[in-house]
Design a protein around this ligand. Sequence first.
Ligand SMILES: Cc1cc2nc3c(=O)[nH]c(=O)nc-3n(C[C@H](O)[C@H](O)[C@H](O)COP(=O)(O)O)c2cc1C
Length: 281
Amino acid sequence: MNKKITEHLRYGSPSAIPEIESGRTIDTLLSHQSCRAFLDRTINDDMKRLLFAAAQSAPSKSNLQQYSFIDVKSESIRAELVHMFPSIRWALEAPMLIFIIGDTHRTQEINRARNQTFRWEQTDAFLNATVDASLALAFMIAAAEGIGIGTCPISKVRESSEAITKLLNLPRGAFPICACAFGYPQSETPSISPRLPQSVIVHHDTYQPVDFSEIDKYDDTYNRLAGPPKARYPEKFGMPNQSTWSDNVARQTAVLERPDFREMCESQGLFGEQNQQPVGD
Ligand SMILES: Cc1cc2nc3c(=O)[nH]c(=O)nc-3n(C[C@H](O)[C@H](O)[C@H](O)COP(=O)(O)O)c2cc1C
């Protein structure tokens, strides 16, 4: 499809989205790798517009588009984030840093402005917004990587979700899902993270039990291709003889992470008593 027509169809008018050379989508997807070291090279506003347009091109439940992006440029907000999470300074100081927000606020505002009452089941509403936001982020990541920009989603920021909610001034109905760092990669070295075999992920006709011989094989493949992963929580569980992906899954899920996340959701009006307090008040 002609590029100008595509832009026109997406926003209803031609926008200033830059022309760009990009590779084949399938190649981009199959060579995905997270990037954690960026060059000191700006991602300009035209490029950002292009990336946000790619994000907004993702499918969305009933076209409700229940997500927002916050592009954090303010030095004081970035400094505050680094103060909160010093171990991910590399991400918080990336050339482009966005927060991905699940956003039922806008939907609820529209519902109210058009004289209706929001009656959606809360968990379903939360899931709808989370899925919309995740798909948009995935499209944005793919678009960025297709034009040579490295990316890394960051859920570490949810460790202080209440503080993030305040720092970013999120209204009721909006919640932080993760951040994502973008920048031109410092290194071109491929470092592809092996994935589970399709025999584990793809079920035929009905769900099949976990086949541990395949999990064991994956642990071996992972260690052979990428080297043993860094053992999680060694201070709690000790050092394993041989660290593996599955041992890390077990270790990570044996520790209660982000215990206050639900509390933040409740204070944002996402869970708890339904329709007690109108959004925005
Ligand atoms: C929702 C989400 C949150 C993530 N959070 C972090 C994070 O806080 N820190 C980090 O270094 N990587 C983070 N990652 C990146 C994953 O660690 C990475 O995708 C995974 O190890 C697979 O590696 P790959 O992306 O290079 O294939 C996150 C990825 C996703 C999808």
